[in-house]
Design a protein around this ligand. Structure first.
Ligand SMILES: [Zn+2]
Length: 491
């Protein structure tokens, strides 16, 4: 079949509508609570009857990012649980994807997701959706390969026909290994370019542990940030030293501090590059809370910053401890009698959830949201997938994810959107209404790669209360999601 014939057949499907897909169960409190647990979202309008009754909703509502999870078929739809033949593809997206796969476009990647909320769902609503194939692009050359963008729209209603929202979803179906080669580098320059060293923390040089600092390393192992303290005059200081520079005593103890502080200064290391670190590396001098150096300022502590790009590092930013456990003990021969090593690092302080709600008049265009770094653990990824009723194996089964070409399990889109919604409503306060979540999808979010959310107000309409917040979540691979959250605040 020629490319023109294929496009003609694909385009014939545009505008077609699939069958109605209905939820098996109504929107319900336990599922909402599980979603809130998975996202770490403490907004009381989702779980607290009394607080919700006083909100703009007048009662408990489901988080808006859950719009498209309720009518998902669930675990029984997985082939392993129902090994019968694949049901015939009834919806136009599946038929389009099948045509593309038959023509060799076997790769797939999600590109855009846009949720528009007409009204928040409430416990008891039974959700259904109908899908329309909105567009199939002509063949395009992309970095991944030649392919077609396939756009669908899903209209969400309650079982009695009330419109509650819409989802636009765009994927790219492509031919793997047909990506554009970079032509910007000469072969000679490419040969000279040194590959970056392996960033695995297991390869880091082992710290020198001795009598002066072993009590500190012992504390780190128990996630206790200890600082040396002179038992003679009580002075607290860093780095450790055998003798007090104030009173001359040799008798040293330690104090334990919270691990919160502010960035006093920082440096960005580009060279030399050693294995175990990812470059550019942001190294901070952190002024610690609760540790007076005797001159009325916090003791300053040198450590790597995680979840902070060089552009995001800012003197004065609030930070908190992030422990890196057991790193060099993983290297063969690197263990010694002192056992595994834990290293103190710092990440942006987790923003606190706002209890009252901002008004549009109190928000300025360009205003920035505080950074939020989530140290992404496998539990977040698995809990997020299950709480959004996404049972695809790549979100919970590492072996199968690796078989399918992924480095590890990765965060599903609905969890990314849920975290993004939480990030913005934690900043705006609980009684902001989310009207849309629109994202472009980028690098996958893998376990153990801290995911950092940043945001800024793009526009404010003080008359209507409409506020658009631009948000990006990035990890060391680059932007994971980039998009906007649209809010309605009191004017
Ligand atoms: Zn002293």
């Amino acid at each position: 079949m020629s490319a023109d014939d294929l496009l003609t057949r694909l385009r014939a499907l545009v505008g077609q509508q699939g069958p109605v897909q209905s939820a098996r169960h109504p929107v319900n409190l336990p599922a909402i609570a599980d979603w809130c647990d998975a996202m770490g979202d403490g907004n009381p309008v989702y779980t607290d009857e009394e607080a919700a009754a006083k909100s703009r909703h007048g009662g408990i509502v489901a988080p808006p990012a859950t719009l498209d999870i309720w009518d998902r078929p669930g675990l029984p739809a997985q082939p392993r649980f129902r090994p019968a033949a694949k049901p015939p593809a009834a919806d136009p997206r599946s038929r389009t994807l099948r045509l593309l796969e038959e023509a060799g476009f076997i790769g797939v990647v999600a590109v855009n997701s846009e949720l528009e909320i007409a009204r928040y769902l409430r416990p008891g609503d039974v959700v259904q959706n109908t899908q329309i194939l909105d567009d199939v692009s002509e063949e395009k050359q992309t970095a991944l390969g030649v392919g077609h963008f396939v756009t669908t729209r899903q209209r969400y209603e309650t079982s009695d026909g009330e419109h509650v929202g819409d989802l636009l979803f765009r994927i790219l179906k492509f031919k793997p290994s047909s990506g554009q080669q970079s032509t910007g580098t000469s072969p000679a320059a490419a040969a000279q370019a040194r590959p970056a060293p392996d960033p695995s923390p297991a390869l880091r040089p082992r710290p020198g542990i001795n009598k002066d600092n072993e009590a500190l390393w012992e504390g780190y192992r128990n996630h206790e940030l200890r600082l040396p303290r002179c038992n003679g005059c009580g002075r607290v200081f860093f780095p450790p030293s055998p003798r007090c520079s104030s009173c001359g005593a040799f008798d040293m103890g330690y104090v334990v501090v919270s691990g919160r502080g502010t960035l006093y200064s920082f440096s960005v290391v580009h060279h030399p590059q050693v294995p175990g670190f990812r470059y550019p590396l942001v190294v901070g001098l952190v002024e610690l809370d609760g540790a007076d150096d005797g001159a009325g300022r916090g003791v300053r502590f040198l450590a790597d910053l995680v979840g902070v790009s060089p552009a995001q590092a800012e003197v004065g930013m609030p930070l908190e401890i992030e422990w890196l456990d057991s790193h060099p003990a993983l290297v063969e021969g690197a263990t010694d009698s002192r056992g595994p090593i834990t290293v103190p690092q710092f990440r942006p302080a987790t923003p606190t959830r706002r209890e009252d709600t901002l008004t549009a008049g109190s928000v300025q265009e360009g205003q920035r949201l505080p950074l939020w770094t989530l140290p992404l653990a496998p539990t977040h990824i698995v809990a997020g997938a299950l709480a959004t009723r996404d049972f695809q194996d790549v979100h919970h089964d590492r072996d199968l994810a690796v078989q399918k070409g992924s480095k590890d399990i990765f965060l599903n889109i609905n969890t990314s959107l849920g975290l993004m919604e939480r990030y913005v409503t934690d900043w705006s306060g609980p009684d902001a209404a989310v009207t849309a979540l629109r994202v472009r999808l980028g690098a996958p979010a893998y376990p153990y790669m801290p995911l950092t959310f940043s945001g800024a107000v793009k526009s404010v309409d003080a008359d209507t209360g409409r506020v658009v917040v631009g948000v990006q979540a990035s990890n060391e691979l680059g932007p994971h999601v980039t998009g906007t959250v649209e809010l309605e605040l009191q004017p």
